[in-house]
Write a protein that binds this ligand. Structure first.
Ligand SMILES: *[C@@H]1O[C@H](CO)[C@@H](O)[C@H](O)[C@H]1NC(C)=O
Ligand SMILES: *[C@@H]1O[C@H](CO)[C@@H](O)[C@H](O)[C@H]1NC(C)=O
Length: 405
């Protein structure tokens, strides 16, 4: 009678222990406190992520995107997310200016920045302008090159306003050789127009930045499986979509551009006069975050490369960019962008940083030129991760978290 008891008891005990084990293990905690612990253990990776980006040979749009990531990471006080970004505070934002200087030295004869590499000018009308805000930053932070930067910025502005092809709606075409809307153009051109307007107190440039965002959205917005999102490319000359797919990175580019235009207007002298535009820009950021975050994959906590495809992969580049936008949006307006945004951003941040290899390369991420394939090296993907870490830090700091990294 004594023997069966331990026999019975033993399996019961182990069954109980096995069931209890998962709840004894630390669970993912994406509250601000939980994310601060994650940040403190992972944010050091930003240094190698950045050096992979700087080690990469860069095209025009990558030069400007790299400058954006570097500024937000190294000198956040001069990013448009800061309190008063358009005044010299005594710091020299050297790493962003290093990228801006090269963009200006390699300016093409028509005014586009970052063109003179390999065989010269690219087919994009807007990509060169992505470095424009950082060239303008040099006009008030580096006195010895202020005139040089000013002249380069003027030429770039002149190209956008007077040389680049315009679509039938009056938007600046993404292409130099035709009339087309590409959703990534929203990051390339409008933030520079807005920055120029904020710096020179020119409301019409701020309005043109807003109008370009609005016109691109009107041309590209379609219904998708998780709500309205932006198709990738519409060619006006052929009256057809070249890529009607809901490319996650393209939507991320649009959101990155929208929130920068919004913040630039907000920090300008015209914020009060442009309340309606600010509200619209915020609603367009929400539209993109809602449509993309609803598609997050449970198996890897990444946004699918194409939202409207089952035959796709989780893309760390788009995911990082969208997480950066969610963190920025949560600081700007936590009533609209509450914990359901920052918890998804936290899942993404963990997944992206877990995918960093020994030299700082992130994976998996989409090839920047072959939009349906996983790529080896994505300069923009590296930059997006820097933006994510910078936005994450800003949100955690705003929450009063203690950061050691
Ligand atoms: C978050 O919640 C708000 C309010 O319920 C909702 O409008 C929004 O779509 C949600 N967004 C996400 C990404 O879950
Ligand atoms: C993905 O697959 C599911 C299940 O077969 C289907 O209902 C859904 O429409 C598919 N989504 C897309 C975007 O093709």
């Amino acid at each position: 009678m004594l023997l069966p008891i331990p026999l019975l008891f033993t399996p019961l005990y182990f069954t109980f222990a096995a069931n209890a084990l998962p709840s004894l293990l630390p669970r993912d905690d994406f509250s601000p406190g939980g994310q601060a612990a994650l940040f403190n253990s992972k944010a050091y990776l930003a240094d190698s992520i950045k050096s992979v980006m700087l080690g990469s040979i860069r095209t025009s749009w990558e030069q400007g995107t790299a400058a954006a990531g570097v500024l937000e990471h190294d000198n956040p006080e001069y990013s448009v997310f800061a309190g008063s970004p358009f005044a010299n505070n005594g710091n020299l934002p050297a790493t962003a200016l290093q990228l801006a200087f090269s963009a200006a030295v390699r300016q093409g004869p028509d005014g586009r920045l970052s063109q003179e590499i390999n065989d010269g000018l690219d087919g994009a009308a807007l990509d060169g302008a992505s470095a424009g805000p950082y060239v303008l930053l040099g006009t008030f932070t580096e006195p010895s090159r202020a005139d040089y930067f000013q002249s380069a910025a003027e030429k770039q502005l002149n190209y956008l306003l007077n040389t680049a092809p315009k679509t039938s709606t009056g938007a600046i075409s993404m292409r130099n050789d035709g009339h087309a809307y590409w959703n990534d153009g929203v990051f390339m051109g409008p933030p520079f127009l807005a920055y120029y307007g904020a710096l020179t107190n020119d409301q019409s440039l701020l309005q043109q930045a807003f109008d370009n965002v609005r016109l691109y959205r009107e041309a590209l917005l379609i219904d998708g499986p998780t709500g309205k999102l932006w198709a990738h490319i519409y060619n006006e000359d052929e009256a057809s979509f070249w890529d009607k797919g809901l490319w996650a990175t393209g939507n991320a580019w649009a959101a990155l551009g929208i929130i920068r235009v919004e913040e630039t207007i907000r920090k300008s002298a015209f914020a009060d006069q442009m309340r309606d535009q600010l509200n619209e820009l915020q609603s367009w950021t929400k539209e993109i975050l809602d449509g993309t975050f609803a598609a997050i994959r449970s198996e890897d906590d990444l946004i699918p490369n194409y939202i409207d495809s089952n035959n796709t992969f989780g893309d760390a580049a788009a995911s990082a960019a969208l997480a950066s936008v969610a963190y920025r949006a949560a600081v700007i307006n936590s009533d609209v962008f509450g914990s359901n945004y920052t918890e998804i951003a936290g899942r993404i941040a963990k997944a992206v940083l877990n995918g960093v290899d020994e030299i700082g390369v992130i994976s998996p991420y989409v090839d920047p030129l072959s939009w349906e394939e996983v790529g080896l090296l994505s300069t923009e993907g590296q930059a997006f991760a820097l933006m994510m870490v910078a936005g994450w830090r800003a949100w955690l700091t705003w929450n009063g978290q203690y950061l050691t990294a």
